[in-house]
Write a protein that binds this ligand. Structure first.
Ligand SMILES: Nc1ncnc2c1ncn2[C@@H]1O[C@H](COP(=O)(O)OP(=O)(O)OP(=O)(O)O)[C@@H](O)[C@H]1O
Ligand SMILES: [Mg+2]
Length: 176
């Protein structure tokens, strides 16, 4: 473990597995005695951006705030796991340039599988017209062009996915 904080930013479609994988990594790193904070989509939204919705502008405004929180924590030696759909490249690029110690993990999964998993029932609601701006349906998801890690959650288990990320962090010199 180095003493420097850094940010692992998980991006991907709703239901791709970001929270599932980030939670395993959090438990593993805490078990090794690291200071880790998981900033997770919906929970963070309620206190950081209670008045924002899901338009492109609102998502970008929210994620700019998230990026600054990540920067403050990581600057103080904390490993930050940031789990956000973050569908626009511009938001992720903003985070990357604001944070510096930034590792982008693309949690990749087909829309079909995400819709089948539908852990929060959001795809069902969007299909029924009960919510709008659903990423993958009404709204776009812009795939990362050069993420540090790509995880294919259709072909690997959550535990294997977490191991792949941890190994990559070690190779990148972020973890001992
Ligand atoms: N290999 C895998 N990796 C991660 N999750 C998987 C995998 N295989 C199946 N799953 C399941 O897929 C679902 C992923 O849900 P999760 O809440 O982690 O997605 P998410 O990307 O955080 O979505 P959201 O953006 O809506 O928060 C869980 O029910 C999980 O058990
Ligand atoms: Mg999640």
């Amino acid at each position: 473990m180095t003493d420097d904080g850094f940010v692992v930013w998980f991006t991907g479609l709703p239901g791709a597995g970001k929270t599932t994988i980030a939670s395993i990594i959090q438990a593993t790193l805490r078990g090794r005695g690291a200071k880790v904070e998981l900033l997770d989509g919906d929970e963070v939204r309620t206190w950081l951006s209670p008045n924002e919705g899901f338009s492109r502008e609102d998502r970008e405004r929210h994620l700019r705030r998230v990026a600054h929180v990540c920067e403050l924590l990581s600057r103080n030696g904390i490993i930050v796991l940031a789990s956000f759909v973050s569908p626009y490249r511009s938001s992720r690029d903003y985070a990357r340039s604001t944070i510096g110690n930034f590792v982008e993990v693309y949690v990749k999964c087909s829309l079909e599988t995400c819709m089948r998993r539908d852990p929060k029932g959001l795809y069902k609601k969007a299909s029924a017209g009960k919510i709008g701006n659903m990423t993958g349906m009404q709204d776009p998801y812009e795939e990362p062009t050069s993420p540090e890690v790509v995880i294919e959650t259709e072909t690997s288990t959550p535990e294997d996915s977490a191991r792949v990320v941890l190994t990559r962090l070690a190779v990148l010199g972020r973890l001992r």
